[in-house]
Design a protein around this ligand. Sequence first.
Ligand SMILES: [Zn+2]
Length: 121
Amino acid sequence: MNLACPRCTLTDQVVKNGRSRHGHQRWRCKGCALTFGERDHRLIDPAIKQSALRHYAEGVGLRATERLVGPSHNTIIGWVRQEVAGQALARLDAAQVQYVEADELWSYVGSKKTNLAVVGY
Ligand SMILES: [Zn+2]
């Protein structure tokens, strides 16, 4: 069975197009020139991701969040780490910091030269 192009849904125009830098097969549609990977990794609804992050930020544990929202706790940990990384790269104005939440994943980095703070919502 041939792959269908995700954009134009043609199945007889899709050819192999090398591999990604991670070694996954890439495909190209000769009909519309779209290139795409074997599968879409954005399989979880962004609204579910937001809901899971909100639950976690409000102090609901990872496994309770998993039970309430759906995605596995490992998936949620990945999202939290992404959020923390994104915030750690941005400088925070001390006036905007209202509280600091600390547990196994959230951490506070004080008094280093960079003055970075990682906080919950
Ligand atoms: Zn196409």
